[in-house]
Design a protein around this ligand. Structure first.
Ligand code: MN
Length: 465
């Protein structure tokens, strides 16, 4: 069936329910999807009960109550229909809203699912929060206030990364939110912290592409901002969001010139950003990427319900707890990043690798790897391995690289999927950021194999030119 029909059918299933259990993932997309459906369903007067899980696997299935509520799975479920079937959950009590690869139930139970993978190109880059929003909007057109959360989920799941902005149906959702006044879409420098970080800090953190003379150099960034009249003094604290459109343009053109003058490509230097004008100024809630980090911080430190409360509009006690989670999240990531730099990575030729053992939680390995990379050899992907809490036989692998490396033919997802399967594990992700789980003990061979595959991609990329 087509997308529109499937969304209508999902809405109909919800309308017929007496009560619902929402089962969702603990990352930004999972929390925002849950919050969207939870609010839309509650507004209909149907009681809901949330269940957050790190992954849907045999161990976590016990958290799903054995009752007659409608089980709505968001951001998971499509690939775990075998588990639903094994648990004896019937098709008429399930609704799946997902965007991950779907695996039919082996026993033939046909669970109804709206999945971004099913409807072609325009839908593929739409996360679960996108699907959830369209279902919510079908339930009641007044639910357009939830478009914000949908954009947070999409940006959190890196749906805007490759094209430097949302595309297809996810972009339509952002426009829908803009039409109702809840979202402001702006193009500008591709940096993080546009609403909360003083501009010179924001610029000095730019890493993809790096800005020559500015990346890693906050004092130089402040001097430049003074020179072009955006800062009154080097101690100015203006954030990017406060710039006028003329100032934005002035800044972008000066920086682009600087990048090009150094022989780098300015591709990817400008991106589309999503701001939320009805949130408090200079807080992480003001734009989609910082909001997503806050939700990820809550989820990764096992407090998804605090993130959920923020999505519901709590700006009191729960919001302060979320701020605390965010600060904690950042400080541990900073520690991990420093640990990687101080310990040093092993240069295998085409990649650089490090094993952090059980020193840091596996949930932040990828983020730490990405941050450390800016201070290492940016021409080679980084690979970080670490132990997995409560899975003693597994090793988690995270890889990160930069766009300039992708342009040379590298695709990290392809590399990790291939190498992980060969070692008896599983991998996935994106060309620029990917991850895998592999059996403990095969790390040495695995990293050599990954290096070989990346080397092959570099060689093939060379030939294509
Ligand atoms: Mn997702």
């Amino acid at each position: 069936m087509g997308f529109v029909e499937d969304v209508s059918r999902a809405a109909k299933i919800i309308l017929e329910a007496d009560a619902a259990t929402l089962i969702s993932h603990i990352d930004a997309d999972g929390i925002s999807s849950e919050a969207i459906i939870s609010q839309a369903v509650t507004r209909l007067g149907i009681p809901v009960n949330p269940v957050f899980v790190r992954q849907l696997e045999p161990m976590t299935m016990k958290h799903i109550p054995d009752d007659d509520t409608l089980k709505i799975f968001t951001d998971l479920g499509g690939g775990q229909q075998n588990l639903l079937e094994e648990a004896g959950i019937t098709a008429d009590s399930v609704l799946i809203l997902d965007h991950h690869i779907s695996q039919p139930a082996p026993g033939g139970t046909e669970y109804f699912q709206v999945n971004s993978q099913f409807y072609g190109e325009d839908y593929v880059k739409c996360s679960a929060a996108g699907i959830a929003y369209l279902v919510a909007r079908k339930l009641d057109p007044a639910n357009t206030d939830l478009a914000k959360l949908s954009v947070v989920g999409n940006v959190g799941d890196m749906m805007a990364r490759e094209n430097h902005g949302l595309v297809g149906v996810a972009r339509w959702i952002a426009e829908d939110g803009a039409d109702s006044g809840h979202i402001r879409i702006r193009r500008g420098i591709n940096c993080y912290g546009l609403s909360t970080r003083p501009l010179h800090i924001c610029l000095s953190n730019a890493d993809d592409p790096q800005i020559p003379g500015i990346s890693g150099k906050p004092a130089e960034a402040a001097a430049l901002l003074c020179r072009i009249g955006i800062y009154q003094s080097p101690s100015d604290q203006r954030v990017w969001e406060e710039l006028s459109s003329e100032e934005e343009k002035r800044l972008a053109s000066v920086l682009a010139e600087q990048i090009i003058a150094n022989g780098e490509s300015s591709d990817g230097f400008i991106a589309e950003h999503y701001f939320f004008p009805d949130e408090m100024e200079k807080t992480p809630l003001r734009n989609a990427s910082e909001y997503a980090t806050m939700l990820n911080a809550c989820g990764r430190w096992a407090k998804p319900k605090i993130g959920e409360a923020v999505c519901f509009g709590d700006r009191g006690q729960k919001y302060r707890e979320a701020e605390h989670m965010l600060r904690h999240h950042r400080s541990i990531i900073r520690e991990l990043c420093e640990y990687i730099i101080e310990t040093g990575v092993e240069d295998l030729g085409s990649i650089q690798a490090i094993h952090t053992g059980d020193k840091y939680p596996d949930t932040i390995a990828g983020i730490g790897a990405g941050m450390a990379l800016s201070k290492l050899d940016t021409n080679k992907p980084i690979l970080v391995m670490c132990s997995v809490s409560d899975e003693p036989n597994l090793i988690k692998v995270s890889m990160r690289t930069y766009e300039k490396v992708l342009r040379r033919g590298v695709d990290l997802q392809e590399v990790l999927v291939t190498a992980a399967v060969e070692s008896g594990g599983a991998g996935g992700g994106h060309n620029i950021a990917a991850g895998a789980y592999i059996p403990k003990g095969c790390e040495h061979d695995f990293t050599r194999r990954v290096n070989e595959l990346v080397k092959g991609q570099f060689a093939a990329g060379q030939k294509d030119r």
